[in-house]
Ligand binder design. Structure first.
Ligand SMILES: [Zn+2]
Length: 365
């Protein structure tokens, strides 16, 4: 119908079981129910929570589709899910609408369930179920609307800043730091509540787990924004390594000797057919595995990858287009072409060094 695949994290099942038991125990003593019924209600709470999260995520997904943004799938977690879209929102307004659609759904469901729960008699099973629906939806709405990435509120904050300063990546970084601030505040508050004995040890552990994923998500947003800001520095012409070709059948040792005499830096070895056309690229890992004393007896062809298996990148691509092309066809190396001609070879590690310069640099080879 909607054709959106829904995934669930394995670790969430464990947490769901834990919540079933803890909440089941609580509701059992509260309503004076037999144990199996108590756990059944506990399980009902977990199912309500997951159902609420699914509807919340559908809010994001369907709004995104409305603006021609493709949806790859939905991953469910207990306090929020994750809708994977195939591209970023093109404008701050659409970014804000897609982000806030989820909490809006949760708020609406929570409001309806609250009204129903108030109409039903207290301390009954139907009243308890309605209360669960109200609580789970309001919880999901309130938590996700906190203004820090990776939460929905953080995305809305980013959209606002983006409209204001016209720089999406800077806006992302600020909203992600706000996410880290919120994570820190949550820790302080929940420890304080625990010391006042308003929160159980289980509640403390649960919130700390949620805060930990929040902190990590914020860190990932910061890292991604910094990398995206460096996309224009990916200069295909400058990064392409020069190519030295040898005829098919040349011994590996001889090919490597010719390369060592080539004065250009970071030369990559290629193999040509009798007509002089590039047919393969030497795989540096496979070449390195051949023992030095065997290299005069091994033909370059046997440690090469066919040219057809190596994706091509036309020289005119901008930095961002290069990164998108690498994401679309992941590989270790690419041939850089100008028209029909191969003008060099791009190693994916060289691009990674430009995008994340603090990574330890591998020696160029
Ligand atoms: Zn959401």
């Amino acid at each position: 119908m909607l054709r959106i695949p829904v995934y669930m994290n394995g670790s969430m099942l464990l947490l769901a079981a834990l919540v079933t038991v803890v909440y089941g125990n609580w509701v059992r003593s509260e309503l004076d129910l037999p144990a199996p019924l108590g756990y059944l209600v506990g399980l009902g709470f977990v199912v309500c929570l997951l159902g609420s999260v699914l509807l919340h995520e559908l809010g994001h997904a369907l709004t995104a589709r409305r603006y021609q943004i493709g949806v790859r799938g939905i991953t469910l977690e207990l306090l929020g899910g994750w809708t994977e879209m195939d591209r970023d929102a093109p404008t701050p307004r659409i970014d804000a609408l897609v982000s806030l659609a989820g909490p809006a759904v949760s708020l609406l469901l929570g409001g309806i369930a609250t009204a129903v729960s108030m109409a039903l008699p207290d301390r009954t099973l139907s009243g308890q179920v309605a209360f669960q629906l109200a609580a789970s939806n309001l919880l999901v709405a309130v938590f996700n609307v906190l203004p820090g990435l990776p939460l929905d509120g953080g995305r809305a904050l980013r959209a606002g800043l983006w409209a204001l300063i016209k720089d999406r990546n800077r806006a992302t970084e600020v909203a992600a730091w706000s996410g880290r601030g919120i994570a820190f505040l949550c820790v302080v508050i929940v420890i304080w509540l625990y010391r006042l004995e308003l929160v159980t040890l289980f509640g403390l552990a649960f919130v700390l787990l949620v805060v930990f994923t929040l902190w990590q998500g914020a860190g990932q947003s910061i890292r991604l924004a910094r990398m995206t800001r460096r996309f224009p520095l990916v200069d295909l012409a400058a990064l392409a390594r020069p190519l030295l070709t040898v005829p098919a059948g040349t011994p590996l040792g001889e090919a490597q000797r010719r390369r060592s005499e080539d004065l250009r830096p970071n030369v990559v070895l290629g193999v040509t057919d009798s007509a002089g056309n590039l047919t393969a690229l030497v795989d540096p890992v496979a070449a390195e595995r051949v023992p030095v004393d065997r290299r005069p007896w091994v033909a370059v062809d046997s440690v090469s990858r066919s040219r057809d298996a190596v994706p091509a990148l036309p020289l005119g691509l901008s930095g961002e287009q290069v990164v998108r092309a690498l994401q679309a066809r992941p590989a270790g190396q690419y041939v850089v072409t100008a028209g029909e001609e191969v003008v060099g070879v791009l190693r994916v590690g060289d691009v990674a060094n430009v995008l994340e310069p603090r990574r330890p640099r591998k020696p160029a080879r």
